[in-house]
Design a binder for this molecule. Structure first.
Ligand code: OAD
Length: 273
């Protein structure tokens, strides 16, 4: 399925039962996770906001007057690869300068408790979940510090270099193609293996599933559609976000607030200092 800001099909049935429960509350009841519970977490830019990484919403979807969709797309790269590299080089610089926060740490602690009954899916490319210690992790939209050749079959490789000025870098292997960030751009297809792993996790969990979305506006699909899949499996769905999400009607519970304070409370962990 291609990355898209539009829902492939709008839901016909809108279930508001329990939605917006907890709106405006800071201290909430803890998640009731018994020995059989499975937890699938989906994170977005909001969980990195308190580390100092600007969200897409913060910048109104614009970078230096360019729409993200115009820079983060194969068409944008074909038009001006040097501009795209400047955009991602700035993001590499920004991500290198920050640290994971208490929201990331809360999810690491939950994973330690649940083991294989936990899976974290992030739309973020900043690498902060991995740096915090998350291991059962799917980076659905790719990784900022990995590059690949746009032409040859060279495997994706770790790459922290910056290209803030001048021409876009060429592949050292084939000498022809431009290198590109290993990121899923708008209009590109998500990794099928990753999607199948998410699907298998939900199928195995069935009604024991708790789906928890954190810091995401619910505007970009397929990730924004995972909540509906979780409900179809009989799962219980929670949203922790600073503001209502575009797909908010699909959540059974909405806890409005900052991830770094709401998550530890919801997960029954000690609050950060
Ligand atoms: P957005 O920037 O669209 O949404 C971030 C959400 O986080 C907003 O709803 C904020 O209210 C919320 N938020 C901000 N600070 C928060 C905090 N401290 N605690 C909790 N919530 C907070 O980011 P995403 O939903 O992640 O794709 O965007 C999805 C995708 O669209 C991105 O992965 C990116 C983008 O275009 C690519 O780059 C491929």
């Amino acid at each position: 399925m291609a990355l898209s800001p539009l829902a492939p099909d709008r839901p016909r049935r809108v279930d508001l039962s329990g939605a917006r429960k907890g709106l405006g509350c800071l201290i909430v009841r803890t998640l009731d996770l018994d020995d059989d519970a499975r937890v699938l977490v989906l994170t977005g830019a909001g969980i990195s906001a308190e580390s100092g990484v600007p969200t897409f919403r913060d910048s109104n979807g614009l970078w230096e007057q360019h729409r993200f969709e115009d820079v983060a797309s194969p068409e944008g790269f074909a038009r001006d690869p040097a501009l795209v590299w400047r955009f991602y080089s700035q993001r590499r610089q920004g991500a290198q300068a920050v640290q994971p926060n208490a929201g990331h740490a809360a999810l690491v602690e939950l994973e330690r408790r649940l083991g294989d009954r936990f899976l974290l899916v992030t739309q973020n490319v900043d690498g902060l979940h991995r740096r915090a210690g998350s291991e059962r992790l799917i980076e659905l939209h790719g990784h900022l510090f990995t590059s690949r050749c746009s032409r040859c079959t060279r495997a994706p490789f770790a790459d922290e270099r910056l290209h803030l000025e001048g021409e876009a870098p060429r592949c050292e292997r084939c000498g022809e193609g431009f290198l590109r960030p290993h990121i899923v751009w708008f209009g590109e297809v998500l990794d099928e293996v990753a999607m199948a792993r998410i699907d298998a996790f939900m199928a195995e969990a069935g009604a024991r599933l708790t789906f928890l979305a954190v810091g995401t506006s619910g505007a970009v699909y397929p990730a924004a559609g995972l909540v509906r899949l979780a409900r179809r499996r009989g799962g219980n769905t929670w949203l922790v976000n600073a503001e209502p999400a575009d797909n908010g009607e699909h959540f059974d519970h909405f806890l409005q607030g900052k991830a770094s304070t709401v998550l530890p409370a919801l997960l029954g962990q000690a609050l950060p200092d």
